[in-house]
Design a protein around this ligand. Structure first.
Ligand SMILES: C[S@@+](CC[C@H](N)C(=O)[O-])C[C@H]1O[C@@H](n2cnc3c(N)ncnc32)[C@H](O)[C@@H]1O
Length: 247
């Protein structure tokens, strides 16, 4: 059953918060890598946010995060940017539980669905944020503190006039690199060939990164197939994997 956003969310403080804020006050003029999609949440998603946001959700703050306080342990932290419906997030967090994961997504439906699943499954090594990842990295993440970044099927923005919206460009590559620990990785996957080439070019030109492979990387068996990948494969697109490490 679907419920209408405007009639119900205002009674739920957690939802009111995640519903209204996706970037900082001073970020309004910047070109964004996303356009917000809206669809009414289902009852289970609303209930999920109400039940689980206080434990598994993270809210934007202007101070750096204390991972030990957030997760209660010292495991290395991996950040997933744009987790969509959370298929990879949940599976990888279960299978590779030697890491803690911070998932960042602006799409409210995907955020709420994933939060519900993470809460139902009690995945203590996952925390989720509904906010612009660029702002989160800039403001909340300490330099040199991250073990890896997962960016699976970022919006390709195929039209030339929209290329400026693509996430993987030089300034963002520099930002990711500054947040990585030595030996930390950036793992991107895309079915948009020309964007894949751009990613390799951008990361090749980023000081401090090295490519352990000759061009594209082999697929990691622990990365599950998502709807975007299936759609790309059905259209005969090549899935390219990009893996760089911080030297
Ligand atoms: C094409 S979808 C891919 C979703 C998922 N990774 C998958 O493979 O199914 C890209 C997602 O990135 C999210 N996104 C784009 N820019 C973002 C940003 N700056 N911060 C947080 N999420 C972002 C979008 O909302 C969208 O859900």
């Amino acid at each position: 059953m679907k419920e209408k956003a405007s009639t119900i969310y205002n009674d739920i403080p957690e939802l009111e918060f995640v519903q209204n804020r996706t970037d900082g006050e001073d970020a309004k003029k910047e070109v964004k890598s996303y356009v917000l999609r809206t669809a009414p949440l289902r009852t289970f998603q609303i209930e999920g946010v109400r039940k689980y946001y206080s434990h598994y959700g993270l809210s934007y703050q202007s101070e750096k995060l204390d991972y030990k306080k957030v997760f209660g342990n010292d495991k290395p932290v991996v950040i997933e940017i744009g987790f969509g419906m959370g298929v990879s997030t949940v599976r990888i967090a279960k299978e590779r539980d030697m890491y803690n994961y911070i998932g960042i997504e602006v799409f409210l439906n995907g955020f709420s669905k994933t939060l519900t699943e993470v809460g139902d499954e009690k995945l203590e090594n996952v925390r989720l944020m509904r906010f612009d990842a660029v702002q989160v990295l800039n403001d909340m993440i300490e330099d040199g503190s991250i073990a890896g970044f997962h960016i699976f099927f970022p919006d390709p923005w195929p039209k030339k006039r929209h290329h400026k919206r693509r996430l993987i460009q030089k300034p963002f590559a520099d930002l990711l690199t500054s947040k990585l620990q030595k030996g930390g990785y950036i793992y991107c996957v895309t079915d948009w060939e020309e964007y894949a080439e751009q990613m390799v070019d951008v990361f090749n030109g980023t000081e401090g990164l090295m490519n352990p492979y000759d061009g594209y990387a082999p697929s990691r068996e622990w990365r599950p197939t998502t709807k975007y990948e299936t759609r790309g494969v059905n259209l005969d697109y090549t899935i390219n994997e990009i893996w760089f490490e911080k030297q």
